[in-house]
Design a protein around this ligand. Structure first.
Ligand code: CTP
Length: 477
């Protein structure tokens, strides 16, 4: 394993460990990722003794290029080291007990290498490379982690009930690694997910959402969501998404299963964007379908207004899941609200004014909205999909043409409220808004072009209709 630790920094850690007479190892994610051919600059160093002492000795040796943060309660220290790149090296003392990141109890560092490996989450994360002088670069693999890496298996080193109850977040980590790496969760470990699912409720929402976001960012997120659902974890961590599952049949008519539809949309979108928030919009685009579902004997199942109710539900869901309550939330909300608009356009004759309205309403999110809508076509009928996508490309082309001509996306009213007040000697009030709206509607409907002169004339006409007298001086100007 010498190649994995060929960077000089590992030699320096080794020297520091030798001076303190502490055996030290590189463990966990760095070793795993190296063996998978994934480059990483996050290194976990395990000391058989005090990790903090080792971190400080290491920092002393490299001098100015480092910064040490000590977390006494966790018994860990983080060193940021800048050399050829930005390295983050976390030092930890070997433990007998498990990795309880949220525990208030100070961590006791009195374990051996074996104790520590026993208490890690998965066999593929227990691999350790020695930094000791006598066997520098030697791999310790007590649980067949190498073999599991090779065959793509997620398996706990101990009885999975023990490993999961030590830290229930590991259930989500198992699913996350499976979807991120394309691995399979071993059978006993899978069964333990369902058995221990209810324990996830003791884990903080911040840690949970961190893992869920990593699942969402994987190449095929549906793998993770299927496992979350099958294990019973989804019901606990995100019940509103669980509610999408199921098909109701009345008079022999069923609707599609919105859970499977949603994760298919998510997979489709994952092929065209890495934007986490756009992927969240896919997860939430039909979230109000259960609440708006009706059966009409004449037309069958309807979900009227699910886009508006869905948008309304977004802030509550973000708050509940501890997602950020900022512009990201507003962005997701906007996409959920608008997600049917391009489909409606693609289904009918596309008029210029409908395109202008879409550009106006979606603004700088127009392109993302189109990606979401294209991903939303999940019909099994190939012909239907082809037709929709063809119509979408017409909509896209029109969006480009109209935007070039009318510049609606970043629309600023050509006539300001101040101009209206000055022209008609008006004080601030309702009428100003009315005139402004009329001008905007006139432009969107294509009655006037998006330019100052025609808009000014239109304003004078509108004022007249409202019984206002224009200031002659202003008109001349
Ligand atoms: N670990 C654990 N149980 C946890 C979290 C971490 O046993 N709940 C152990 C694993 O051995 C893991 C190591 O601590 O490899 C480092 O954890 P972390 O940096 O969180 O994860 P990585 O495995 O490095 O992977 P990633 O960076 O993708 O999260």
């Amino acid at each position: 394993m010498l190649e994995a630790i060929e960077n000089p920094l590992f030699q320096i850690i080794s020297d520091a460990a030798a001076e303190l007479e502490l055996p030290a190892y590189v463990v966990g994610g760095y070793v795993r990722d190296y063996l998978l051919g994934r480059e990483s600059k996050d290194v976990d160093v395990l000391a058989i003794g005090s990790g903090i002492d080792l971190a400080q000795k290491f920092a002393e040796k490299i001098g100015k290029k480092s910064h040490v943060s000590v977390y006494k309660n966790f018994g860990t220290a983080m060193v940021n080291y800048r050399e050829d790149a930005e390295w983050q090296i976390e030092f930890v003392g070997a433990r007998k007990e498990s990795y309880r990141e949220n525990s208030r109890k100070p961590v006791v560092e009195n374990g051996t290498l074996e104790d520590d490996q026993n208490r890690r989450d998965f066999t593929i994360n227990t691999l350790a490379i020695s930094l000791q002088k006598h066997n520098f670069g030697e791999l310790t693999d007590p649980f067949g982690g190498l073999k599991d890496l090779d065959s793509g298996i997620i398996r706990t080193p101990l009885d999975p009930d023990i490993t999961f109850s030590d830290d229930p977040l590991r259930m989500l980590r198992a699913i996350r690694f499976a979807s991120q790496l394309g691995f399979t969760i071993e059978e006993e470990t899978t069964k333990a997910l369902s058995r221990n699912a209810s324990r996830i409720s003791i884990v903080s929402k911040e840690r949970i959402i961190d893992e869920v976001n990593k699942m969402i960012l994987s190449d095929t997120p549906s793998i993770a969501f299927r496992m979350l659902e099958e294990s019973g974890l989804l019901r606990i961590i995100f019940p509103k998404m669980q509610d999408l599952k199921g098909v109701e049949i009345i008079n022999g008519k069923g609707h599609k299963d919105n859970f499977y539809h949603t994760i298919k949309v998510l997979d489709n979108l994952a092929r065209t964007t890495d934007n986490l928030w756009l992927r969240w919009a896919a997860i939430l685009h039909d979230i109000a379908k259960p609440a708006t579902k009706r059966f009409d004997p004449a037309t069958g199942w309807t979900f009227h207004g699910h886009e508006f109710l869905g948008a309304k539900m977004v802030p509550g869901i973000f708050r509940e899941l501890k997602l950020p309550m900022n512009d990201k939330m507003k962005y997701v909300q906007k996409l959920v609200r608008l997600h049917l608009r391009p489909i409606v356009l693609a289904e009918s004759h596309v008029t210029d004014s409908a395109i202008r309205r879409l550009l106006y309403d979606s603004g700088k999110e127009t392109d993302d909205l189109m990606l979401l809508c294209e991903a939303d076509i999940t019909s099994k009928n190939k012909e239907k999909v082809k037709n929709y996508l063809k119509n979408f490309s017409v909509v896209r082309q029109k969006l480009i043409e109209i935007e070039e001509k009318d510049m609606i996306r970043n629309w600023q009213p050509p006539i300001t409220g101040e101009m209206i007040m000055a022209t008609f000697n008006l004080k601030p009030g309702k009428m100003i808004g009315e005139i402004k709206t009329a001008i905007r509607e006139g432009i969107l409907d294509g009655i006037i072009p998006n330019e100052f002169q025609p808009a000014f004339k239109f304003m004078l006409k509108k004022g007249e209709e409202l019984g206002l007298k224009a200031n002659p001086e202003k008109i001349k100007k």
